[in-house]
Ligand binder design. Sequence first.
Ligand SMILES: [Fe+2]
Ligand SMILES: [Fe+2]
Length: 257
Amino acid sequence: MKKIELRESDTCKNFSSYMEDEGLRAGMHELAADPFFVAFFLMTVSEGEGMGEAGVAAIRQDEVAGLLHDIERQQHEEAGHKTGTRDLAHKLFPEYFTNGEYRFSKRLTGAEYYLSVLEQNRRHLKERGRYSRLNLYLTTTFGYEIMVVLLYEAVIKAIATSSLSESIREACGTELRRILAEEETHLEIEDQHNALLAADRSKLSVQASQMLSALEDLEVDDYQWAVRASMDEIVRMMSRYAEPTAFRAHIESSPAA
Ligand SMILES: [Fe+2]
Ligand SMILES: [Fe+2]
């Protein structure tokens, strides 16, 4: 059985130029200059992390999900990222919450981001005849995790060198670095892929075996494609902060949560 080589740290390096995109950089600058946007960003991250947590459930094949090494720890950590960023936003910026609810939650783009990339990957895999729920989960998660590592590193830097108050800079830096340290251990898709290929299929159901057969067709290119989709989408999303007046007006016109 052909093993896959994803070279996760090389992939991060290869895609790091996305963080140099002009629109994204301008957006990042505006984000780090306004507590309103920092709150919105933290809440968007919280929503996106929640999607990551739900991702594994989308395989809907318990035997295969059970073979995924370390998956429970990862789900647990993603849930922690979701609540950690939300609680931090609430603590630092209570003025944007009413009765504990973020006032502009209808404008958050974390779920929209995740679903858009997921659908692009689904289409791509189907076009190539390589679609299975497992293949979709692995490629989407890989792209998402690479994006998360690159984006959080860049945001940590932007906030650290911003004119935000010291207490905000420190609290955001600490939380985002804590998440990043855990995320870096999530970049083990290569190990998961290869362990699944090597799994003993003799005791598995037909459905589970079919998923593992479809996995044999999945190539490095499909993973790279997913990273590109993930990065293109994040550049689009972060560039919206580069028009701060219009973006803020759009967020503030949110219908009540
Ligand atoms: Fe996470
Ligand atoms: Fe993660």
